[in-house]
Design a protein. Structure first.
Length: 228
Protein backbone atom coordinates (compact mmCIF):
# COMPACT_ATOMS: atom_id res chain seq x y z
CA UNK A 1 0.00 0.00 0.00
CA UNK A 2 1.34 3.41 -1.00
CA UNK A 3 1.04 6.50 1.19
CA UNK A 4 0.06 9.61 -0.75
CA UNK A 5 -0.07 13.19 0.55
CA UNK A 6 -2.78 15.31 -1.08
CA UNK A 7 -2.56 19.09 -0.71
CA UNK A 8 -5.51 20.77 -2.39
CA UNK A 9 -7.48 23.72 -0.98
CA UNK A 10 -10.69 23.16 -2.98
CA UNK A 11 -12.55 20.98 -0.51
CA UNK A 12 -14.81 19.15 -2.98
CA UNK A 13 -11.88 18.31 -5.27
CA UNK A 14 -9.75 17.24 -2.32
CA UNK A 15 -12.47 14.86 -1.16
CA UNK A 16 -13.05 13.49 -4.68
CA UNK A 17 -9.36 12.77 -5.28
CA UNK A 18 -8.91 11.27 -1.81
CA UNK A 19 -11.94 9.00 -2.26
CA UNK A 20 -10.73 7.66 -5.60
CA UNK A 21 -7.14 7.16 -4.42
CA UNK A 22 -8.42 5.16 -1.48
CA UNK A 23 -10.56 3.08 -3.86
CA UNK A 24 -7.29 2.26 -5.64
CA UNK A 25 -5.90 0.94 -2.35
CA UNK A 26 -3.74 3.90 -1.33
CA UNK A 27 -3.55 5.50 2.09
CA UNK A 28 -4.10 9.27 1.80
CA UNK A 29 -3.22 12.12 4.15
CA UNK A 30 -4.78 15.39 3.01
CA UNK A 31 -4.33 19.10 3.67
CA UNK A 32 -6.30 22.12 2.43
CA UNK A 33 -3.78 24.77 3.47
CA UNK A 34 -0.18 25.32 2.41
CA UNK A 35 0.97 26.34 5.87
CA UNK A 36 -0.59 23.28 7.50
CA UNK A 37 1.33 21.11 5.05
CA UNK A 38 4.54 23.04 5.64
CA UNK A 39 4.50 22.43 9.39
CA UNK A 40 4.01 18.72 8.63
CA UNK A 41 6.83 18.57 6.08
CA UNK A 42 8.61 15.77 7.95
CA UNK A 43 5.47 13.66 7.45
CA UNK A 44 5.29 14.58 3.75
CA UNK A 45 8.87 13.45 3.17
CA UNK A 46 7.98 9.94 4.31
CA UNK A 47 5.19 9.49 1.78
CA UNK A 48 5.50 7.70 -1.57
CA UNK A 49 3.96 10.54 -3.59
CA UNK A 50 2.78 14.12 -3.06
CA UNK A 51 -0.09 15.60 -5.10
CA UNK A 52 0.30 19.34 -4.73
CA UNK A 53 -1.90 22.23 -5.82
CA UNK A 54 0.13 25.31 -6.75
CA UNK A 55 -2.25 28.07 -5.62
CA UNK A 56 -2.68 27.38 -1.90
CA UNK A 57 -3.55 29.65 1.03
CA UNK A 58 -0.64 31.09 3.06
CA UNK A 59 2.15 29.03 1.47
CA UNK A 60 2.12 28.30 -2.27
CA UNK A 61 2.70 24.87 -3.75
CA UNK A 62 5.91 26.10 -5.38
CA UNK A 63 7.29 27.28 -2.04
CA UNK A 64 6.28 24.05 -0.39
CA UNK A 65 7.91 22.01 -3.16
CA UNK A 66 11.20 23.88 -2.78
CA UNK A 67 11.19 23.22 0.96
CA UNK A 68 10.56 19.51 0.45
CA UNK A 69 13.29 19.26 -2.19
CA UNK A 70 15.93 20.42 0.32
CA UNK A 71 15.74 17.05 2.05
CA UNK A 72 13.64 14.67 -0.05
CA UNK A 73 13.27 13.37 -3.60
CA UNK A 74 9.71 12.06 -3.13
CA UNK A 75 7.79 12.35 -6.44
CA UNK A 76 5.65 15.51 -6.60
CA UNK A 77 2.70 15.84 -8.99
CA UNK A 78 1.63 19.47 -9.39
CA UNK A 79 -2.02 20.34 -9.97
CA UNK A 80 -2.74 23.79 -11.38
CA UNK A 81 -5.22 25.82 -13.39
CA UNK A 82 -2.18 27.50 -14.95
CA UNK A 83 -1.44 25.46 -18.02
CA UNK A 84 0.94 27.36 -20.28
CA UNK A 85 4.27 25.89 -21.27
CA UNK A 86 5.98 28.52 -19.11
CA UNK A 87 3.87 27.48 -16.11
CA UNK A 88 4.76 23.83 -16.60
CA UNK A 89 8.46 24.58 -16.96
CA UNK A 90 8.40 26.72 -13.82
CA UNK A 91 6.80 23.89 -11.86
CA UNK A 92 9.37 21.36 -13.06
CA UNK A 93 12.29 23.70 -12.45
CA UNK A 94 11.10 24.34 -8.90
CA UNK A 95 11.26 20.60 -8.19
CA UNK A 96 8.07 19.04 -9.52
CA UNK A 97 8.21 15.55 -11.02
CA UNK A 98 5.11 15.95 -13.19
CA UNK A 99 2.40 18.53 -13.87
CA UNK A 100 -1.34 18.14 -14.46
CA UNK A 101 -3.54 21.02 -15.61
CA UNK A 102 -7.02 21.65 -14.16
CA UNK A 103 -9.62 20.71 -15.11
CA UNK A 104 -8.35 17.17 -15.64
CA UNK A 105 -9.82 13.76 -16.26
CA UNK A 106 -9.79 11.59 -13.14
CA UNK A 107 -8.50 8.62 -15.14
CA UNK A 108 -5.51 10.68 -16.26
CA UNK A 109 -4.73 11.61 -12.67
CA UNK A 110 -4.89 7.98 -11.54
CA UNK A 111 -2.68 6.92 -14.45
CA UNK A 112 -0.06 9.53 -13.57
CA UNK A 113 -0.19 8.40 -9.95
CA UNK A 114 0.45 4.77 -10.94
CA UNK A 115 3.37 5.80 -13.17
CA UNK A 116 4.97 8.01 -10.52
CA UNK A 117 4.71 5.26 -7.92
CA UNK A 118 6.72 2.88 -10.10
CA UNK A 119 10.47 2.91 -9.43
CA UNK A 120 12.59 4.20 -12.30
CA UNK A 121 14.21 1.46 -14.34
CA UNK A 122 17.84 2.45 -14.26
CA UNK A 123 19.86 -0.71 -13.73
CA UNK A 124 23.05 -0.11 -11.79
CA UNK A 125 23.69 -2.10 -8.62
CA UNK A 126 26.73 -0.04 -7.63
CA UNK A 127 26.48 2.32 -4.68
CA UNK A 128 29.45 4.37 -5.85
CA UNK A 129 31.31 5.21 -9.03
CA UNK A 130 34.71 6.81 -9.48
CA UNK A 131 35.06 9.48 -12.15
CA UNK A 132 38.57 10.87 -12.55
CA UNK A 133 39.77 11.67 -9.00
CA UNK A 134 36.30 11.94 -7.51
CA UNK A 135 33.88 9.36 -6.14
CA UNK A 136 30.10 9.66 -6.41
CA UNK A 137 27.92 8.01 -3.78
CA UNK A 138 24.54 7.18 -5.34
CA UNK A 139 22.89 6.79 -1.94
CA UNK A 140 24.00 10.05 -0.30
CA UNK A 141 24.34 12.10 -3.55
CA UNK A 142 27.79 13.20 -2.31
CA UNK A 143 30.87 13.71 -4.48
CA UNK A 144 34.17 13.25 -2.63
CA UNK A 145 37.73 14.00 -3.71
CA UNK A 146 40.74 11.68 -3.30
CA UNK A 147 41.04 12.75 0.35
CA UNK A 148 37.41 11.79 0.97
CA UNK A 149 36.34 15.40 1.44
CA UNK A 150 32.86 16.26 0.15
CA UNK A 151 33.25 18.68 -2.76
CA UNK A 152 29.68 18.67 -4.06
CA UNK A 153 26.19 17.32 -3.39
CA UNK A 154 24.26 16.41 -6.53
CA UNK A 155 20.55 16.67 -7.21
CA UNK A 156 18.37 13.62 -7.75
CA UNK A 157 18.20 14.28 -11.50
CA UNK A 158 22.01 14.48 -11.66
CA UNK A 159 22.28 11.19 -9.77
CA UNK A 160 19.71 9.53 -12.04
CA UNK A 161 21.58 10.70 -15.11
CA UNK A 162 24.90 9.39 -13.76
CA UNK A 163 23.23 6.07 -12.94
CA UNK A 164 22.04 5.81 -16.52
CA UNK A 165 25.49 6.64 -17.89
CA UNK A 166 27.14 4.15 -15.51
CA UNK A 167 24.77 1.39 -16.64
CA UNK A 168 25.68 2.10 -20.29
CA UNK A 169 29.35 2.99 -20.02
CA UNK A 170 30.98 3.02 -23.45
CA UNK A 171 27.63 3.14 -25.25
CA UNK A 172 26.10 6.11 -27.05
CA UNK A 173 22.99 7.30 -25.19
CA UNK A 174 20.64 9.53 -27.17
CA UNK A 175 19.16 12.72 -25.75
CA UNK A 176 15.67 11.27 -26.28
CA UNK A 177 16.52 8.19 -24.21
CA UNK A 178 17.96 10.35 -21.45
CA UNK A 179 14.83 12.51 -21.36
CA UNK A 180 12.53 9.47 -21.30
CA UNK A 181 14.42 7.57 -18.59
CA UNK A 182 15.49 10.41 -16.31
CA UNK A 183 12.67 12.93 -16.77
CA UNK A 184 9.84 10.69 -17.96
CA UNK A 185 7.76 10.87 -21.11
CA UNK A 186 5.10 13.09 -19.52
CA UNK A 187 7.50 15.91 -18.65
CA UNK A 188 8.59 18.81 -20.81
CA UNK A 189 12.33 19.55 -20.60
CA UNK A 190 14.23 20.22 -23.83
CA UNK A 191 17.37 18.54 -25.10
CA UNK A 192 19.19 21.71 -23.99
CA UNK A 193 18.40 20.64 -20.41
CA UNK A 194 20.57 17.56 -20.89
CA UNK A 195 23.34 19.63 -22.45
CA UNK A 196 23.38 21.88 -19.38
CA UNK A 197 23.72 18.87 -17.09
CA UNK A 198 26.69 17.63 -19.12
CA UNK A 199 28.36 21.03 -18.86
CA UNK A 200 27.98 20.79 -15.09
CA UNK A 201 29.46 17.27 -15.02
CA UNK A 202 32.45 18.39 -17.05
CA UNK A 203 33.11 21.28 -14.68
CA UNK A 204 33.01 18.90 -11.75
CA UNK A 205 34.81 15.84 -13.11
CA UNK A 206 36.96 16.70 -16.13
CA UNK A 207 40.54 17.93 -15.80
CA UNK A 208 40.22 19.84 -19.08
CA UNK A 209 36.63 20.66 -20.06
CA UNK A 210 37.67 21.38 -23.66
CA UNK A 211 39.15 17.88 -23.97
CA UNK A 212 36.77 15.66 -21.99
CA UNK A 213 37.83 12.10 -21.17
CA UNK A 214 34.64 10.94 -19.51
CA UNK A 215 31.65 12.82 -20.95
CA UNK A 216 31.83 12.78 -24.75
CA UNK A 217 29.43 14.57 -27.11
CA UNK A 218 28.25 12.52 -30.09
CA UNK A 219 27.13 15.10 -32.64
CA UNK A 220 23.48 14.87 -33.58
CA UNK A 221 22.80 11.92 -31.27
CA UNK A 222 23.68 12.36 -27.61
CA UNK A 223 26.49 11.44 -25.27
CA UNK A 224 28.87 8.62 -24.38
CA UNK A 225 30.25 8.14 -20.89
CA UNK A 226 33.58 6.38 -20.32
CA UNK A 227 34.35 5.07 -16.85
CA UNK A 228 37.67 5.90 -15.17
Amino acid sequence: MSIIALIEDETSLNELIKFNLELEGHSVISFINGYEALVSVSKLEKTDLIILDIMLPEVSGLELCETIRKTSDVPILFLSAKGTTADRITGLKRGGTDYLVKPFDLEELLLKVSILLKPQKINNPQNTIKINTKTVNFNTFEVCDENNFIVSILTKKEIDLLRLFASKSGEVVSRDEILDVVWGQDQYPSSRTVDNFIVGFRKLFETDQRKPKFFHSIRGVGYKFIKS
